[in-house]
Design a protein around this ligand. Structure first.
Ligand code: MRU
Length: 335
């Protein structure tokens, strides 16, 4: 089953906001429906967003007069993952040739991501085995599996490949506050694949590393800058600091479509802030269902800061694995 695809002249996605409770497929017939789905994270993850951007232009191509405005809407639906604007622009370049050409380009973006996932799984698993030896215990963050791509995935694809080789010693899925992509989505994918895992709160990651319970961190990226800085889900940087302190590898697995040589470093990347509600608007049954969080946002003097991504400086990255190459930043290799 594909996370996102073109089916009978519309886009179909797995609704990731319904997981792990329900596996639901949504049909999206307009760019506006797609943009709303992207913004509420019904479809998410850098490679999947690239495919969404490209397929969205195939929807827009039906109305050539409004297409340029629709493309702009798509490009800017979320700012941080470079794949979204890149996928949309690539398909939009074919607009003068008509809808069939746009769709062909969008399907090529989809097929390239599928092929990239397969290649990254092999290269990533090979590297982790080389760096860590037999049966490494891995920590991963956010969701980088099939749900973040079309099938397969990036970092989680490599983890699953190690499992297929009987070469995995264990997985910690970092829960990924505030929207729990790790606890909801990665755990769901690992469970379906029959891989035993443990979910940990994000703040536990560096401590588990210090205690010797993790052999490597492996995660994905939303944008890889020209200097090797890695922009990824908030919490990644803390895991990188923990990995450096514990002396274990920090490995990034991401397709070439996430490498952005036009952006010099992480300081130049727009980091999406998703607002206060995701941080303050939840209840913890363990402390009483009627117990509000420390601040519920009703007090105008109390706010929240909610960066959805952070920047891991290139000095903390051991290696970046794409479908074409392994870049050993720890050995001075350049993106
Ligand atoms: O906000 P999200 O869920 O779209 O963020 C996704 C991530 O940060 C992933 O780790 C990243 O896109 C890599 S996905 C292969």
């Amino acid at each position: 089953m594909r996370t996102i695809d073109w089916v009978d002249d519309a886009i179909e996605i797995i609704d990731q906001t319904a997981l792990p409770g329900r596996l639901t497929v949504l049909r999206l017939n307009t760019v506006e429906e797609l943009v709303a789905a992207i913004q509420r994270l019904a479809v998410r993850g850098a490679p999947a967003l690239g495919v969404a951007g490209a397929l969205g232009v195939a929807l827009a191509a039906r109305d050539p007069e409004r297409a340029p405005a629709a493309v702009r809407l798509l490009e800017t639906a979320r700012p941080t993952a470079v794949n979204l604007a890149r996928g949309a622009r690539r398909a939009a370049a074919r607009l003068p040739e008509g809808p069939a050409a746009v769709l062909a380009e969008a399907l090529a973006v989809r097929d390239e991501e599928i092929a990239a996932s397969a290649a990254m799984a092999t290269l990533g698993a090979d590297l982790l085995a080389e760096l860590c030896g037999a049966r490494p215990r891995l920590l991963t963050h956010c969701n980088t599996g099939a749900l973040a791509a079309v099938v397969g995935g990036t970092a989680l694809g490599a983890v699953l490949e190690l499992h297929r080789r009987d070469g995995l010693g264990g997985v910690v899925a970092s829960e990924t506050r505030p929207l729990l992509q790790g606890a909801r989505l990665t755990a769901w994918e690992l469970g379906r694949a029959g891989v035993p895992y443990r979910v940990a709160v994000d703040g536990a990651g560096p401590f588990l590393m210090a205690r010797g319970e993790v052999d490597a961190v492996v995660l994905g990226a939303d944008r890889i800058c020209a200097n090797g800085d890695v922009v990824n889900k908030i919490g990644s940087y803390a895991h990188a600091l923990g990995a450096r302190r514990a002396g274990i590898p920090f490995v990034v697995v991401a397709p070439e479509s996430t490498v952005d040589l036009e952006t010099p470093g992480g300081a130049q990347v727009e980091i999406e802030d998703r607002g206060a509600d995701e941080v303050l608007g939840y209840r913890l049954p363990a402390v009483g269902a009627d117990q509000p969080p420390a601040a519920d946002g009703a007090d105008p003097a109390v706010g929240a800061v909610n960066p959805a991504f952070d920047v891991t400086p290139h000095e903390l990255v051991t290696a970046i694995v794409t479908e074409r190459r392994v870049i050993r930043l720890d050995r001075g290799e350049r993106v």
